[in-house]
Ligand binder design. Structure first.
Ligand SMILES: NC(=O)c1ccc[n+]([C@@H]2O[C@H](COP(=O)([O-])OP(=O)(O)OC[C@H]3O[C@@H](n4cnc5c(N)ncnc54)[C@H](O)[C@@H]3O)[C@@H](O)[C@H]2O)c1
Length: 250
């Protein structure tokens, strides 16, 4: 028996990177995964390969998130797990030079999207008498980084929002946690590195950022996520778990 046998898991931003890794692992553990993303072709290909389903969803649009959650519930009859994973790093610039458009775009995907996901899934979980929510934050939400003001603020917001919702819904047997990865090789990190003044230097700096050698792997984050969405963590809620090789201990 897999750890998620019979569970229905929605994962936003699952057409790529960490979301894809979680979708593959959750599916291997018996879950039926609902991939919610903007990248229709990649999302449909992954859903087909995993025997799950794909729903087009823009997490910045509350009506799109509401419709996605309703479709998942109509199709599967239940929603056991929601992973709010969709996110972007945005532009790299100090606050005075940064654009208002970037601030609004990053906050709207990384933080508003997490709020909408929880807002629309919680009534289903309350009526089912339980559920698990996992929000993908970042070590940047714990230890701020310069030149990424919107990203830093949005990820710190996700951590506090997760704790707040965990307290509100604990009485309904709904657990809410966050994961804080440091640097993981995904398209998002590639974008981040390419936007630094010295991409080669940035790459080697990031590879030696964590006390443990190398960058965090998608697999390491997916396994931590599996722990937090499975019954193995049945009495754990309101935590922000770093998956960072010791980075935030410094
Ligand atoms: N890669 C890292 O080093 C790292 C570190 C810490 C946290 N994270 C977080 O992990 C999460 C996943 O990032 P990743 O590295 O896998 O990036 P990624 O770029 O590989 O994947 C992000 C996914 O989100 C989707 N997405 C973007 N905007 C969306 C929207 N408006 N609606 C729906 N889907 C949308 C994209 O289409 C993509 O499939 C993000 O929240 C990111 O901030 C990543």
């Amino acid at each position: 028996m897999g750890k998620l046998e019979g569970k229905i898991a929605i994962i936003t931003g699952a057409a790529s990177g960490l979301g894809q890794g979680m979708a593959e692992l959750f599916s291997a553990e018996g879950a039926k995964v609902v991939i919610a993303d903007l990248q229709d072709e990649a999302g449909q290909e992954l859903a087909g390969r995993l025997g799950g389903s794909y729903l087009h969803c823009d997490v910045t649009d509350p009506s799109s998130v509401e419709a996605m959650v309703q479709s998942a519930a109509d199709r599967h009859g239940q929603i056991d797990i929601l992973v709010n994973n969709a996110g972007i790093d945005g532009e790299r610039a100090n606050t005075a030079e940064s654009s208002i458009e970037n601030w609004q775009r990053v906050v709207s995907i990384n933080m508003d999207g997490v709020y909408y996901g929880m807002k629309y899934v919680l009534p289903f979980m309350v009526s089912q008498k339980g559920g698990v929510i996992l929000n993908i934050a970042s070590t940047v939400g714990l230890n701020a980084l310069g030149a990424l003001p919107a990203y830093s603020a949005s990820k710190a917001g996700v951590i506090h929002l997760s704790k707040s919702v965990a307290i509100e819904y604990a009485m309904h047997d709904i657990r809410v946690n966050a994961i804080c990865p440091s640097v993981v090789e995904t398209p998002l990190l590639k974008h981040f590195i390419e936007n630094t003044p010295d991409p080669e230097g940035a790459r080697s700096g990031l590879a030696s950022l964590n006390p443990l050698p190398g960058m965090v792997t998608v697999d390491a984050v997916a396994k931590a996520a599996l722990f937090l969405v499975s019954d193995d963590s049945s009495f754990i809620t309101a935590v922000a778990l770093p998956v960072d090789g010791g980075y935030t201990a410094r």
